[in-house]
Write a protein that binds this ligand. Structure first.
Ligand SMILES: CC(C)(COP(=O)(O)OP(=O)(O)OC[C@H]1O[C@@H](n2cnc3c(N)ncnc32)[C@H](O)[C@@H]1OP(=O)(O)O)[C@@H](O)C(=O)NCCC(=O)NCCS
Length: 145
């Protein structure tokens, strides 16, 4: 898997949105709106490719005071549990460090808690609902790699 940042208006971005849709939205009977996608224009899109096909995706949204939010983490069904998600998450953390961010947060689906816990993220606060699913806020301080 080759990891690279992709532009918001690129063909690669459209392929990545199709992957995100298949993994994160269609199983819930949901779809991205044009407004959803326009709102992430200024966020940083990272994806892992095998050939031309994206197999893993994540978004980094820099926020004030050294905080970064990770969003839309998804690995293709065939690619799951092979370490690809871990590699992409590490690449997103590295990108965050180079931007000078000092901590990361995310909204984790409850089903993905073991994945993020293994990567050093800890839950903060109480369980809440997003896209109809139980979620937890998780955070991780970014130390020097
Ligand atoms: C969650 C997800 C991003 C993890 O990516 P991945 O490439 O499958 O994960 P990895 O192979 O790097 O897993 C690393 C470790 O995380 C844990 N883990 C990953 N997926 C897990 C799961 N479904 N259940 C329990 N533990 C899991 C395991 O400890 C795993 O190590 P192991 O395979 O040696 O046991 C991916 O499975 C996915 O896209 N799932 C569906 C969408 C989703 O839930 N996205 C997250 C939204 S917050």
């Amino acid at each position: 898997m080759e990891i690279r940042t992709i532009g918001h208006d690129s063909e690669e971005y459209r392929r990545v949105v199709a992957l995100r849709s298949a993994i994160l939205r269609q199983p819930l009977g949901l779809a991205y709106s044009a407004a959803d996608l326009a709102a992430e224009r200024d966020q940083l899109h990272l994806a892992g490719f095998i050939g031309a096909a994206p197999v893993a995706t994540i978004i980094l949204q820099p926020l004030p005071e050294g905080l970064g939010k990770l969003r839309q983490m998804a690995v293709s069904e065939a690619g799951q549990r092979k370490g690809l998600g871990t590699r992409l998450l590490q690449a997103a953390e590295e990108l965050a460090r180079t931007l000078g961010l000092t901590r990361l947060m995310l909204h984790a689906r409850e089903s993905a808690l073991p994945f993020y816990e293994k990567a050093g993220y800890a839950t903060v606060g109480a369980r809440f609902t997003e896209v109809g699913l139980p979620h937890w806020r998780m955070e991780k301080p970014l130390t020097e790699a």
